[in-house]
Structures are given as structure tokens and as C-alpha cells.
Design a protein around this ligand. Structure first.
Ligand SMILES: CC(C)(COP(=O)(O)OP(=O)(O)OC[C@H]1O[C@@H](n2cnc3c(N)ncnc32)[C@H](O)[C@@H]1OP(=O)(O)O)[C@@H](O)C(=O)NCCC(=O)NCCS
Length: 178
């Protein structure tokens, strides 16, 4: 298994992976939605606000994760992990955890201080995320599932409350994803 930063030549295959994985798990329309989200994130986000990583096995992309900048009024250096997909036939073998750990280490090396995500706490707690109340850090949009708001500090300190609103990148600025 190779873990690496995506390059523009991977974008079509990454879109296909997200479409397929979410079609398998949540139906075709969710597959289209998340495939398009991944495509938009990778093609429309300012490169300095974006990190994307892939897992490759037998020359095929079997996993992909995207981090985009989350701007807080306090100016803290934070990113949001979303979305995440592991090819259906590769799920449950540790690829998701490996890829997320790899991505988080890359962000840490680049001076990112905080990482957030919005998803299943049972899975994301395995890679260091903890539930975050909105008193600690506000999500950028109103959430339908506040228990899924998760975060972790990458600078070895406890999570201090962050004052003020947060703002995600444009492609994620849509209530459908929250
Ligand atoms: C969720 C997902 C990213 C996990 O990646 P993965 O490679 O299958 O997960 P791993 O093998 O690294 O870890 C699996 C562990 O997480 C737990 N887990 C929690 N939720 C899970 C889920 N929805 N799917 C798989 N495992 C899940 C498992 O119990 C397992 O724990 P164990 O190792 O103690 O048995 C992947 O299954 C996937 O792409 N699912 C469909 C799309 C999706 O739901 N994306 C996430 C949106 S928030």
C-alpha cells in the first residue's frame, strides 16, 4: 500500500472513488453528491487551503481523504477533514485509519494546529478525534448531527476554547453536507 499526496492527474479517479463508495453505502444520489463535492473541493479550492491524500494498491486508488481550511476569527491554523472514502472491498482492513494518520502527520509537519471533522465518533476516535461542543469551537454551519462534530489538537496541548465563528471553504458551504 502506498500513501501519498494526490496530484491533479488523480482527480477524475478520486471523484469516481467517492461516487462509487457512497453509492454503495448510502445510495446513488448520495454517491453523486459526494463525488461532486470531492471534485469541487479539489478543483475550486485555493491550493493553500487544501490537502488531499490517497492510498494506492495495485496501481488503483483505494482510498482518499481531503482536508480544507477552516478559518476562525481568532486566526488559529485549522483544517477540516471531509470527505473520506475507502473502496468498498478494502473497508475494515485498517486502510482508513492508516491514511488519516498519514494525512494528519503531513499537516502537523506543515504547522497545522487543529484538525476537525464531522462524522461517526466511533470511527474517528480511533485516529485521535474527540467530540467537540460548540462552546469549545463553533462549526461553520448548523449541524443536523452535533454529536458528529469532532476535533483534535496537533500541537500536544489540550483543546482550548476558540472564540468566534468559523468559516469553511466554498464547496463545503452548503447545508446539505451538515
Ligand atoms: C468509514 C470508512 C472511511 C472507514 O475506513 P476503513 O478502512 O473501512 O476503516 P478501518 O479498517 O481503518 O477501521 C475500521 C474500524 O473502525 C470502526 N468503524 C466505525 N464506523 C465504521 C464504518 N462506518 N465503516 C467501517 N468501520 C467503521 C470499525 O468498527 C473498525 O474497528 P475495529 O478495527 O476495532 O474493528 C470506510 O469504511 C468508508 O469509506 N465507508 C463508506 C463511506 C463513509 O462512511 N465515509 C465516512 C464519512 S464520515
Amino acid at each position: 500500500m502506498k500513501l501519498l499526496t494526490y496530484s491533479p492527474s488523480h482527480i477524475a479517479e478520486i471523484k469516481q472513488l467517492f461516487t462509487q463508495v457512497f453509492s454503495d453505502s448510502e445510495g446513488e444520489s448520495e454517491g453523486m453528491l459526494i463525488g461532486n463535492l470531492a471534485y469541487q473541493l479539489l478543483t475550486e479550492t485555493d491550493p493553500q487551503d487544501l490537502y488531499g491524500f490517497i492510498a494506492i494498491e495495485d496501481e488503483q486508488i483505494v482510498g482518499s481523504i481531503v482536508f480544507t481550511r477552516l478559518v476562525f476569527e481568532s486566526g488559529i491554523n485549522a483544517f477540516l477533514l471531509s470527505p473520506v472514502a475507502i473502496q468498498t472491498s478494502y473497508q475494515g482492513k485498517g486502510v482508513g485509519q492508516q491514511l488519516i494518520r498519514f494525512g494528519i502527520n503531513q499537516l502537523k509537519e506543515r504547522g497545522v494546529g487543529l484538525v476537525f471533522t464531522y462524522g461517526d465518533p466511533n470511527f474517528y476516535s480511533k485516529v485521535g478525534f474527540n467530540p467537540i461542543s460548540e462552546k469549545l469551537a463553533k462549526a461553520p454551519l448548523k449541524m443536523t448531527y452535533p454529536e458528529g462534530w469532532l476535533g483534535q489538537s496537533l500541537v500536544g496541548e489540550a483543546f482550548e476554547p476558540i472564540i468566534g465563528n468559523s468559516y469553511c471553504v466554498e464547496a463545503l458551504n452548503n447545508p446539505e453536507y451538515w
